[in-house]
Design a protein around this ligand. Structure first.
Ligand code: FDA
Ligand code: NAD
Length: 434
Protein backbone atom coordinates (compact mmCIF):
# COMPACT_ATOMS: atom_id res chain seq x y z
CA UNK A 1 0.00 0.00 0.00
CA UNK A 2 1.51 3.34 -1.10
CA UNK A 3 2.00 5.92 1.64
CA UNK A 4 2.55 9.65 1.42
CA UNK A 5 3.11 12.23 4.12
CA UNK A 6 2.51 15.98 4.03
CA UNK A 7 2.66 18.67 6.65
CA UNK A 8 -0.68 20.06 5.47
CA UNK A 9 -3.41 18.24 3.57
CA UNK A 10 -6.52 19.86 2.13
CA UNK A 11 -9.20 17.22 1.60
CA UNK A 12 -11.33 18.45 -1.30
CA UNK A 13 -10.29 20.42 -4.36
CA UNK A 14 -12.99 23.05 -4.76
CA UNK A 15 -13.29 26.75 -4.07
CA UNK A 16 -12.13 26.69 -0.44
CA UNK A 17 -9.14 24.46 -1.32
CA UNK A 18 -7.93 26.84 -4.02
CA UNK A 19 -8.20 29.94 -1.85
CA UNK A 20 -6.51 28.13 1.04
CA UNK A 21 -3.59 27.17 -1.22
CA UNK A 22 -3.16 30.78 -2.31
CA UNK A 23 -3.17 31.94 1.32
CA UNK A 24 -0.57 29.31 2.30
CA UNK A 25 1.71 30.59 -0.45
CA UNK A 26 1.10 34.19 0.55
CA UNK A 27 2.04 33.50 4.17
CA UNK A 28 4.99 31.24 3.42
CA UNK A 29 4.99 27.65 2.22
CA UNK A 30 7.91 25.35 1.52
CA UNK A 31 7.89 23.00 -1.46
CA UNK A 32 6.45 19.60 -0.59
CA UNK A 33 4.56 20.76 2.51
CA UNK A 34 1.04 20.98 1.06
CA UNK A 35 -1.15 18.53 -0.83
CA UNK A 36 -4.68 18.98 -2.17
CA UNK A 37 -6.55 15.71 -2.60
CA UNK A 38 -9.56 15.95 -4.89
CA UNK A 39 -12.06 13.60 -6.41
CA UNK A 40 -12.27 15.94 -9.39
CA UNK A 41 -9.87 15.66 -12.33
CA UNK A 42 -9.08 19.38 -12.52
CA UNK A 43 -7.43 22.04 -10.36
CA UNK A 44 -9.75 24.15 -8.15
CA UNK A 45 -12.11 26.36 -10.11
CA UNK A 46 -14.84 28.91 -9.45
CA UNK A 47 -17.86 26.61 -9.16
CA UNK A 48 -20.46 29.39 -9.76
CA UNK A 49 -19.44 29.50 -13.44
CA UNK A 50 -21.03 26.08 -14.00
CA UNK A 51 -24.61 27.33 -13.73
CA UNK A 52 -23.95 30.54 -15.66
CA UNK A 53 -21.28 31.17 -18.34
CA UNK A 54 -20.50 27.46 -18.77
CA UNK A 55 -23.96 26.88 -20.25
CA UNK A 56 -24.02 29.78 -22.72
CA UNK A 57 -24.80 28.64 -26.27
CA UNK A 58 -22.08 30.97 -27.57
CA UNK A 59 -18.84 32.16 -26.00
CA UNK A 60 -19.22 29.73 -23.12
CA UNK A 61 -16.75 29.80 -20.23
CA UNK A 62 -14.30 26.88 -20.27
CA UNK A 63 -11.31 25.90 -18.20
CA UNK A 64 -8.64 27.12 -17.78
CA UNK A 65 -10.61 30.39 -17.94
CA UNK A 66 -12.25 30.13 -14.51
CA UNK A 67 -9.76 28.48 -12.20
CA UNK A 68 -9.66 30.14 -8.79
CA UNK A 69 -9.07 32.93 -7.87
CA UNK A 70 -10.50 34.87 -10.86
CA UNK A 71 -13.97 35.00 -9.33
CA UNK A 72 -12.83 37.53 -6.76
CA UNK A 73 -10.62 39.47 -9.13
CA UNK A 74 -7.46 37.56 -8.17
CA UNK A 75 -4.74 35.67 -9.98
CA UNK A 76 -5.84 32.59 -11.94
CA UNK A 77 -4.15 29.55 -10.41
CA UNK A 78 -3.37 27.18 -13.27
CA UNK A 79 -2.06 23.63 -12.63
CA UNK A 80 1.46 24.97 -13.34
CA UNK A 81 1.10 27.41 -10.44
CA UNK A 82 0.71 24.53 -7.97
CA UNK A 83 3.74 22.81 -9.49
CA UNK A 84 5.86 25.97 -9.27
CA UNK A 85 4.93 26.44 -5.62
CA UNK A 86 5.70 22.81 -4.76
CA UNK A 87 2.05 22.02 -3.95
CA UNK A 88 1.01 18.51 -4.81
CA UNK A 89 -2.33 18.41 -6.61
CA UNK A 90 -3.56 14.87 -6.17
CA UNK A 91 -6.49 14.74 -8.57
CA UNK A 92 -9.07 12.07 -9.49
CA UNK A 93 -8.50 10.66 -6.00
CA UNK A 94 -11.41 9.96 -3.71
CA UNK A 95 -10.76 9.59 -0.01
CA UNK A 96 -12.99 6.78 1.22
CA UNK A 97 -11.78 6.33 4.79
CA UNK A 98 -10.62 8.78 7.42
CA UNK A 99 -9.12 8.21 10.84
CA UNK A 100 -8.80 11.61 12.46
CA UNK A 101 -7.32 10.25 15.69
CA UNK A 102 -4.43 8.57 13.82
CA UNK A 103 -4.22 11.35 11.17
CA UNK A 104 -4.71 8.95 8.26
CA UNK A 105 -6.66 9.27 5.02
CA UNK A 106 -7.15 6.32 2.67
CA UNK A 107 -8.07 6.68 -0.99
CA UNK A 108 -10.24 4.42 -3.13
CA UNK A 109 -7.02 3.20 -4.82
CA UNK A 110 -5.71 2.33 -1.31
CA UNK A 111 -3.07 5.04 -1.02
CA UNK A 112 -2.54 6.15 2.57
CA UNK A 113 -1.98 9.82 3.29
CA UNK A 114 -0.75 11.08 6.64
CA UNK A 115 -0.58 14.69 7.77
CA UNK A 116 0.10 17.03 10.64
CA UNK A 117 -2.70 19.46 9.85
CA UNK A 118 -5.86 18.65 7.90
CA UNK A 119 -8.27 21.09 6.29
CA UNK A 120 -11.61 19.47 5.51
CA UNK A 121 -13.00 21.14 2.38
CA UNK A 122 -15.27 18.46 0.94
CA UNK A 123 -18.12 20.89 0.15
CA UNK A 124 -21.63 19.67 -0.60
CA UNK A 125 -23.29 17.12 -2.77
CA UNK A 126 -26.72 17.27 -4.39
CA UNK A 127 -29.85 15.89 -2.82
CA UNK A 128 -31.24 13.37 -5.32
CA UNK A 129 -34.88 12.62 -6.01
CA UNK A 130 -34.01 8.95 -5.75
CA UNK A 131 -33.14 9.70 -2.08
CA UNK A 132 -36.90 10.24 -1.57
CA UNK A 133 -37.77 7.18 -3.65
CA UNK A 134 -39.25 9.17 -6.56
CA UNK A 135 -40.04 6.59 -9.17
CA UNK A 136 -37.95 6.62 -12.38
CA UNK A 137 -35.58 9.27 -11.00
CA UNK A 138 -32.53 7.46 -12.40
CA UNK A 139 -33.70 7.73 -16.03
CA UNK A 140 -31.34 9.09 -18.67
CA UNK A 141 -31.47 12.84 -19.35
CA UNK A 142 -32.25 13.67 -15.74
CA UNK A 143 -29.43 15.91 -14.54
CA UNK A 144 -28.03 17.40 -11.35
CA UNK A 145 -25.35 20.07 -11.30
CA UNK A 146 -22.49 20.07 -8.83
CA UNK A 147 -19.23 19.66 -10.70
CA UNK A 148 -17.55 19.97 -14.06
CA UNK A 149 -18.48 16.43 -15.13
CA UNK A 150 -22.15 17.14 -14.43
CA UNK A 151 -21.90 20.37 -16.44
CA UNK A 152 -20.21 18.59 -19.37
CA UNK A 153 -22.94 15.93 -19.46
CA UNK A 154 -25.58 18.64 -19.48
CA UNK A 155 -23.85 20.61 -22.25
CA UNK A 156 -23.73 17.43 -24.34
CA UNK A 157 -27.41 16.71 -23.69
CA UNK A 158 -28.40 20.27 -24.63
CA UNK A 159 -26.92 19.58 -28.09
CA UNK A 160 -28.50 16.13 -28.45
CA UNK A 161 -32.01 17.28 -27.53
CA UNK A 162 -31.65 20.65 -29.28
CA UNK A 163 -34.64 22.95 -28.94
CA UNK A 164 -36.57 20.41 -26.88
CA UNK A 165 -38.56 20.66 -23.68
CA UNK A 166 -36.82 21.14 -20.35
CA UNK A 167 -38.43 20.65 -16.96
CA UNK A 168 -36.62 22.20 -14.03
CA UNK A 169 -37.43 20.64 -10.66
CA UNK A 170 -36.75 23.07 -7.80
CA UNK A 171 -37.15 26.81 -7.39
CA UNK A 172 -33.94 27.69 -5.56
CA UNK A 173 -30.59 28.87 -6.90
CA UNK A 174 -30.08 26.00 -9.33
CA UNK A 175 -33.72 26.13 -10.47
CA UNK A 176 -33.65 29.84 -11.28
CA UNK A 177 -30.19 29.90 -12.85
CA UNK A 178 -30.74 26.72 -14.88
CA UNK A 179 -34.25 27.72 -15.94
CA UNK A 180 -32.71 30.82 -17.49
CA UNK A 181 -29.78 28.91 -19.01
CA UNK A 182 -32.08 26.42 -20.72
CA UNK A 183 -34.29 29.19 -22.09
CA UNK A 184 -31.19 30.98 -23.45
CA UNK A 185 -30.41 27.67 -25.16
CA UNK A 186 -33.81 27.92 -26.82
CA UNK A 187 -35.50 25.19 -24.82
CA UNK A 188 -39.19 25.28 -23.95
CA UNK A 189 -38.84 25.55 -20.16
CA UNK A 190 -41.21 24.65 -17.32
CA UNK A 191 -40.19 25.05 -13.69
CA UNK A 192 -41.83 23.07 -10.85
CA UNK A 193 -41.52 23.71 -7.14
CA UNK A 194 -43.54 22.99 -4.02
CA UNK A 195 -43.54 26.41 -2.37
CA UNK A 196 -45.89 29.33 -3.09
CA UNK A 197 -42.98 31.31 -4.58
CA UNK A 198 -39.43 30.81 -5.82
CA UNK A 199 -36.32 30.99 -3.60
CA UNK A 200 -38.34 31.00 -0.38
CA UNK A 201 -35.11 30.64 1.58
CA UNK A 202 -34.36 34.28 0.83
CA UNK A 203 -37.00 35.99 -1.30
CA UNK A 204 -40.09 37.67 0.06
CA UNK A 205 -43.32 37.22 -1.90
CA UNK A 206 -42.74 40.68 -3.39
CA UNK A 207 -39.25 39.90 -4.64
CA UNK A 208 -40.31 36.52 -6.00
CA UNK A 209 -43.25 38.07 -7.87
CA UNK A 210 -40.80 40.10 -9.95
CA UNK A 211 -38.59 37.13 -10.86
CA UNK A 212 -41.56 34.89 -11.65
CA UNK A 213 -43.08 37.67 -13.77
CA UNK A 214 -39.79 38.28 -15.54
CA UNK A 215 -39.35 34.57 -16.30
CA UNK A 216 -42.89 34.54 -17.69
CA UNK A 217 -41.97 37.39 -20.07
CA UNK A 218 -39.14 35.12 -21.31
CA UNK A 219 -41.68 32.38 -22.00
CA UNK A 220 -40.88 30.19 -18.99
CA UNK A 221 -43.86 28.38 -17.46
CA UNK A 222 -44.00 27.99 -13.70
CA UNK A 223 -45.92 25.29 -11.82
CA UNK A 224 -46.05 25.93 -8.08
CA UNK A 225 -47.32 24.05 -5.07
CA UNK A 226 -46.48 20.56 -6.29
CA UNK A 227 -43.53 18.21 -6.75
CA UNK A 228 -42.27 15.62 -9.20
CA UNK A 229 -43.78 12.29 -8.17
CA UNK A 230 -42.35 10.11 -10.97
CA UNK A 231 -40.73 10.01 -14.40
CA UNK A 232 -41.63 8.07 -17.54
CA UNK A 233 -39.14 6.96 -20.17
CA UNK A 234 -39.28 6.24 -23.90
CA UNK A 235 -38.02 3.16 -25.77
CA UNK A 236 -34.40 4.41 -25.35
CA UNK A 237 -34.93 4.75 -21.62
CA UNK A 238 -34.59 8.52 -21.94
CA UNK A 239 -36.88 10.53 -19.72
CA UNK A 240 -39.96 11.66 -21.68
CA UNK A 241 -42.34 13.01 -19.05
CA UNK A 242 -42.58 14.17 -15.46
CA UNK A 243 -45.58 13.10 -13.43
CA UNK A 244 -46.50 15.67 -10.81
CA UNK A 245 -48.06 14.92 -7.46
CA UNK A 246 -51.13 17.00 -8.37
CA UNK A 247 -51.81 14.66 -11.31
CA UNK A 248 -50.47 16.83 -14.12
CA UNK A 249 -47.98 15.38 -16.58
CA UNK A 250 -45.26 17.49 -18.26
CA UNK A 251 -43.45 16.39 -21.42
CA UNK A 252 -39.69 16.53 -21.03
CA UNK A 253 -36.60 15.87 -23.14
CA UNK A 254 -34.30 17.04 -20.37
CA UNK A 255 -35.00 17.31 -16.64
CA UNK A 256 -32.73 19.30 -14.33
CA UNK A 257 -33.11 18.81 -10.61
CA UNK A 258 -32.02 21.38 -8.01
CA UNK A 259 -33.67 20.41 -4.74
CA UNK A 260 -30.87 21.39 -2.41
CA UNK A 261 -27.41 20.48 -1.24
CA UNK A 262 -26.09 18.33 1.59
CA UNK A 263 -22.66 18.89 3.18
CA UNK A 264 -20.23 16.00 2.68
CA UNK A 265 -19.48 15.09 6.27
CA UNK A 266 -20.19 11.32 6.27
CA UNK A 267 -16.49 10.40 6.23
CA UNK A 268 -15.99 12.09 9.60
CA UNK A 269 -19.14 10.86 11.39
CA UNK A 270 -18.54 10.06 15.04
CA UNK A 271 -14.99 11.44 14.90
CA UNK A 272 -15.66 15.17 15.14
CA UNK A 273 -18.34 17.33 16.73
CA UNK A 274 -21.16 18.35 14.41
CA UNK A 275 -23.83 21.02 14.60
CA UNK A 276 -26.66 22.06 12.28
CA UNK A 277 -25.68 19.38 9.78
CA UNK A 278 -22.10 20.59 9.46
CA UNK A 279 -18.77 20.20 11.22
CA UNK A 280 -18.67 22.47 14.24
CA UNK A 281 -15.83 24.99 14.28
CA UNK A 282 -14.73 28.02 16.22
CA UNK A 283 -14.07 31.45 14.71
CA UNK A 284 -10.74 30.20 13.34
CA UNK A 285 -12.34 27.11 11.71
CA UNK A 286 -10.74 24.72 14.20
CA UNK A 287 -12.87 21.62 14.76
CA UNK A 288 -13.17 19.64 17.98
CA UNK A 289 -10.17 17.53 16.84
CA UNK A 290 -6.75 19.14 17.35
CA UNK A 291 -4.99 19.90 14.07
CA UNK A 292 -8.19 19.54 12.02
CA UNK A 293 -9.92 22.53 10.41
CA UNK A 294 -13.18 22.58 8.41
CA UNK A 295 -13.84 25.28 5.79
CA UNK A 296 -16.43 26.21 3.16
CA UNK A 297 -19.82 24.50 2.88
CA UNK A 298 -19.08 21.86 5.55
CA UNK A 299 -18.31 24.26 8.41
CA UNK A 300 -20.86 25.32 11.03
CA UNK A 301 -19.15 28.36 12.51
CA UNK A 302 -19.99 31.16 14.97
CA UNK A 303 -21.56 34.01 13.04
CA UNK A 304 -20.44 36.72 15.41
CA UNK A 305 -22.70 39.45 14.04
CA UNK A 306 -25.85 37.48 14.95
CA UNK A 307 -24.36 35.54 17.84
CA UNK A 308 -25.34 32.16 16.46
CA UNK A 309 -23.90 29.09 14.76
CA UNK A 310 -24.47 28.96 10.99
CA UNK A 311 -23.51 26.96 7.96
CA UNK A 312 -23.28 28.90 4.68
CA UNK A 313 -23.33 27.29 1.22
CA UNK A 314 -21.99 30.22 -0.80
CA UNK A 315 -18.76 31.05 -2.50
CA UNK A 316 -17.82 34.22 -0.61
CA UNK A 317 -17.76 32.34 2.68
CA UNK A 318 -15.86 29.41 1.10
CA UNK A 319 -13.12 31.84 0.07
CA UNK A 320 -12.99 33.80 3.32
CA UNK A 321 -13.19 30.80 5.66
CA UNK A 322 -10.29 29.20 3.77
CA UNK A 323 -8.16 32.31 4.19
CA UNK A 324 -9.10 32.59 7.86
CA UNK A 325 -8.13 28.98 8.65
CA UNK A 326 -4.76 29.29 6.93
CA UNK A 327 -4.05 32.59 8.72
CA UNK A 328 -4.74 30.83 11.98
CA UNK A 329 -2.49 27.88 11.12
CA UNK A 330 0.28 30.35 10.35
CA UNK A 331 -0.36 32.22 13.60
CA UNK A 332 0.19 29.00 15.54
CA UNK A 333 3.55 28.72 13.77
CA UNK A 334 4.62 32.16 14.96
CA UNK A 335 2.92 34.30 12.31
CA UNK A 336 0.79 37.38 12.73
CA UNK A 337 -2.18 37.17 15.12
CA UNK A 338 -5.60 36.85 13.48
CA UNK A 339 -8.93 38.14 14.77
CA UNK A 340 -11.93 35.85 15.16
CA UNK A 341 -13.99 35.42 11.93
CA UNK A 342 -16.56 38.18 11.68
CA UNK A 343 -18.60 37.29 8.62
CA UNK A 344 -21.28 39.34 6.93
CA UNK A 345 -23.43 36.93 4.85
CA UNK A 346 -23.28 37.78 1.15
CA UNK A 347 -25.27 35.98 -1.53
CA UNK A 348 -25.79 36.86 -5.19
CA UNK A 349 -27.14 35.45 -8.40
CA UNK A 350 -27.22 36.26 -12.10
CA UNK A 351 -29.65 35.04 -14.75
CA UNK A 352 -30.64 36.51 -18.13
CA UNK A 353 -29.60 40.15 -17.82
CA UNK A 354 -30.59 40.26 -14.16
CA UNK A 355 -28.19 40.47 -11.27
CA UNK A 356 -28.94 40.76 -7.57
CA UNK A 357 -26.96 40.97 -4.37
CA UNK A 358 -27.96 40.41 -0.77
CA UNK A 359 -26.09 41.20 2.43
CA UNK A 360 -26.95 40.48 6.03
CA UNK A 361 -29.83 38.57 7.56
CA UNK A 362 -33.30 38.03 6.07
CA UNK A 363 -35.27 38.20 9.31
CA UNK A 364 -37.91 40.60 10.61
CA UNK A 365 -40.36 42.76 8.69
CA UNK A 366 -39.61 43.84 5.15
CA UNK A 367 -40.09 46.82 2.87
CA UNK A 368 -39.97 46.63 -0.90
CA UNK A 369 -38.78 49.67 -2.85
CA UNK A 370 -38.13 50.70 -6.45
CA UNK A 371 -39.40 49.63 -9.84
CA UNK A 372 -40.19 45.92 -9.73
CA UNK A 373 -42.33 45.78 -12.82
CA UNK A 374 -41.11 42.72 -14.75
CA UNK A 375 -41.94 44.51 -18.00
CA UNK A 376 -39.76 47.56 -17.24
CA UNK A 377 -36.84 48.08 -19.60
CA UNK A 378 -34.48 48.47 -16.63
CA UNK A 379 -36.04 47.17 -13.45
CA UNK A 380 -34.30 48.25 -10.28
CA UNK A 381 -35.68 47.46 -6.87
CA UNK A 382 -34.80 46.06 -3.51
CA UNK A 383 -35.85 45.08 -0.04
CA UNK A 384 -34.72 45.94 3.47
CA UNK A 385 -35.23 43.56 6.37
CA UNK A 386 -35.89 45.35 9.68
CA UNK A 387 -35.51 43.76 13.10
CA UNK A 388 -35.79 45.54 16.44
CA UNK A 389 -36.06 48.87 14.60
CA UNK A 390 -32.80 48.37 12.67
CA UNK A 391 -31.98 47.39 9.10
CA UNK A 392 -30.39 43.93 9.27
CA UNK A 393 -30.54 42.80 5.66
CA UNK A 394 -30.56 44.43 2.24
CA UNK A 395 -31.27 43.15 -1.27
CA UNK A 396 -30.88 44.98 -4.56
CA UNK A 397 -31.58 43.98 -8.14
CA UNK A 398 -29.66 45.85 -10.81
CA UNK A 399 -27.38 47.81 -8.47
CA UNK A 400 -24.17 49.60 -9.43
CA UNK A 401 -20.92 48.55 -7.71
CA UNK A 402 -21.19 51.62 -5.42
CA UNK A 403 -24.79 50.80 -4.48
CA UNK A 404 -23.88 47.20 -3.74
CA UNK A 405 -21.09 48.44 -1.49
CA UNK A 406 -23.64 50.60 0.32
CA UNK A 407 -25.85 47.53 0.84
CA UNK A 408 -22.97 45.71 2.52
CA UNK A 409 -22.27 48.72 4.69
CA UNK A 410 -25.77 49.10 6.10
CA UNK A 411 -26.15 45.37 6.66
CA UNK A 412 -23.00 45.61 8.76
CA UNK A 413 -23.72 48.82 10.70
CA UNK A 414 -27.47 48.14 11.05
CA UNK A 415 -28.77 51.73 11.13
CA UNK A 416 -32.02 52.47 12.98
CA UNK A 417 -35.18 53.00 10.94
CA UNK A 418 -37.30 56.04 11.80
CA UNK A 419 -40.06 55.40 9.30
CA UNK A 420 -40.63 52.57 6.87
CA UNK A 421 -42.43 55.03 4.55
CA UNK A 422 -39.21 56.98 4.28
CA UNK A 423 -37.28 53.79 3.53
CA UNK A 424 -39.65 52.99 0.69
CA UNK A 425 -39.41 56.55 -0.62
CA UNK A 426 -35.60 56.76 -0.39
CA UNK A 427 -35.03 53.21 -1.62
CA UNK A 428 -31.37 52.54 -2.31
CA UNK A 429 -30.72 56.21 -1.52
CA UNK A 430 -31.17 55.29 2.15
CA UNK A 431 -28.26 52.84 2.05
CA UNK A 432 -26.09 55.29 0.11
CA UNK A 433 -26.33 57.88 2.91
CA UNK A 434 -24.02 55.88 5.20
P1 FDA B 1 -16.72 22.69 -3.26
O1 FDA B 1 -17.94 21.93 -3.60
O2 FDA B 1 -16.37 23.86 -4.10
O3 FDA B 1 -15.48 21.69 -3.29
C1 FDA B 1 -15.48 20.45 -2.64
C2 FDA B 1 -14.45 19.56 -3.31
O4 FDA B 1 -14.21 18.42 -2.53
C3 FDA B 1 -14.88 19.05 -4.68
O5 FDA B 1 -13.80 19.17 -5.56
C4 FDA B 1 -15.20 17.59 -4.40
O6 FDA B 1 -15.06 16.77 -5.53
C5 FDA B 1 -14.16 17.27 -3.36
N1 FDA B 1 -14.45 16.10 -2.51
C6 FDA B 1 -15.56 15.87 -1.79
N2 FDA B 1 -15.46 14.70 -1.14
C7 FDA B 1 -14.24 14.19 -1.45
C8 FDA B 1 -13.57 12.99 -1.11
N3 FDA B 1 -14.11 12.08 -0.28
N4 FDA B 1 -12.33 12.77 -1.63
C9 FDA B 1 -11.77 13.68 -2.46
N5 FDA B 1 -12.37 14.83 -2.82
C10 FDA B 1 -13.59 15.07 -2.33
N6 FDA B 1 -22.34 30.38 -4.53
C11 FDA B 1 -22.44 31.73 -4.66
O7 FDA B 1 -22.24 32.45 -3.67
N7 FDA B 1 -22.77 32.28 -5.86
C12 FDA B 1 -23.03 31.54 -6.95
O8 FDA B 1 -23.35 32.08 -8.01
C13 FDA B 1 -22.92 30.12 -6.84
N8 FDA B 1 -23.17 29.32 -7.91
C14 FDA B 1 -23.09 27.96 -7.79
C15 FDA B 1 -23.34 27.16 -8.89
C16 FDA B 1 -23.29 25.78 -8.78
C17 FDA B 1 -23.58 24.92 -9.98
C18 FDA B 1 -22.98 25.18 -7.53
C19 FDA B 1 -22.93 23.69 -7.41
C20 FDA B 1 -22.72 25.98 -6.44
C21 FDA B 1 -22.75 27.38 -6.56
N9 FDA B 1 -22.50 28.21 -5.47
C22 FDA B 1 -22.58 29.57 -5.60
C23 FDA B 1 -22.10 27.64 -4.18
C24 FDA B 1 -20.56 27.61 -4.07
O9 FDA B 1 -20.00 27.17 -5.27
C25 FDA B 1 -20.15 26.71 -2.93
O10 FDA B 1 -20.65 27.26 -1.73
C26 FDA B 1 -18.63 26.56 -2.86
O11 FDA B 1 -18.13 25.93 -4.01
C27 FDA B 1 -18.23 25.79 -1.62
O12 FDA B 1 -16.85 25.60 -1.63
P2 FDA B 1 -16.20 24.31 -0.95
O13 FDA B 1 -14.75 24.37 -1.27
O14 FDA B 1 -16.68 24.21 0.44
O15 FDA B 1 -16.84 23.08 -1.74
P1 NAD C 1 -31.71 25.47 -2.79
O1 NAD C 1 -31.73 25.09 -1.38
O2 NAD C 1 -31.35 26.86 -3.19
O3 NAD C 1 -33.13 25.21 -3.42
C1 NAD C 1 -33.79 24.00 -3.26
C2 NAD C 1 -35.20 24.17 -3.77
O4 NAD C 1 -35.68 22.88 -4.05
C3 NAD C 1 -36.24 24.77 -2.84
O5 NAD C 1 -36.33 26.13 -2.93
C4 NAD C 1 -37.51 24.11 -3.35
O6 NAD C 1 -38.11 24.95 -4.30
C5 NAD C 1 -37.06 22.92 -4.08
N1 NAD C 1 -37.55 21.62 -3.63
C6 NAD C 1 -37.29 20.98 -2.48
N2 NAD C 1 -37.82 19.75 -2.53
C7 NAD C 1 -38.40 19.61 -3.74
C8 NAD C 1 -39.07 18.57 -4.41
N3 NAD C 1 -39.28 17.38 -3.82
N4 NAD C 1 -39.51 18.80 -5.67
C9 NAD C 1 -39.31 19.98 -6.27
N5 NAD C 1 -38.66 20.99 -5.69
C10 NAD C 1 -38.21 20.80 -4.45
O7 NAD C 1 -30.73 24.41 -3.51
P2 NAD C 1 -30.24 24.28 -5.02
O8 NAD C 1 -30.86 25.31 -5.86
O9 NAD C 1 -30.39 22.85 -5.39
O10 NAD C 1 -28.70 24.61 -4.89
C11 NAD C 1 -27.78 23.62 -4.45
C12 NAD C 1 -26.55 24.25 -3.83
O11 NAD C 1 -25.87 25.05 -4.77
C13 NAD C 1 -26.84 25.16 -2.66
O12 NAD C 1 -25.79 24.99 -1.76
C14 NAD C 1 -26.75 26.54 -3.24
O13 NAD C 1 -26.37 27.50 -2.28
C15 NAD C 1 -25.69 26.36 -4.29
N6 NAD C 1 -25.87 27.31 -5.40
C16 NAD C 1 -25.77 28.63 -5.13
C17 NAD C 1 -25.93 29.54 -6.15
C18 NAD C 1 -25.80 31.00 -5.83
O14 NAD C 1 -25.45 31.34 -4.71
N7 NAD C 1 -26.08 31.89 -6.79
C19 NAD C 1 -26.19 29.11 -7.44
C20 NAD C 1 -26.31 27.75 -7.68
C21 NAD C 1 -26.14 26.85 -6.64
Amino acid sequence: MAEKHFKYVILGGGVAAGYAAREFVKLGLKAGELAIISKEAVAPYERPALSKGYLFPEGAARLPGFHVCVGSGGERLLPEWYKEKGIELILSTEIVKVDLASKILISAAKTTFTYEILLIATGSTVIRLSDFGVQGADAKYIFYLRDLDDADHLVEAIKVKEGGKAVIVGGGYIGLELGAAMRINDYDVTMVYPEPWCMPRLFTAGLAAFYEGYYATKGIKIVKGTVAAGFDTDANEDVCSVRLKDGRVLDADIVIVGVGGRPLTALFKGQVEEERGGIKTDGFFRTSVPGVYAIGDVATFPLKLYNEMRRVEHVDHARKSAEQAVKHIKETEGGEAVEEYDYLPYFYSRAFDLSWQFYGDNVGETVLFGDNNPESPKPKFGTYWIKDGKVVGAFLEGGTPEENKALAKIARIQPPVESTDLLIKDGIGFACKF
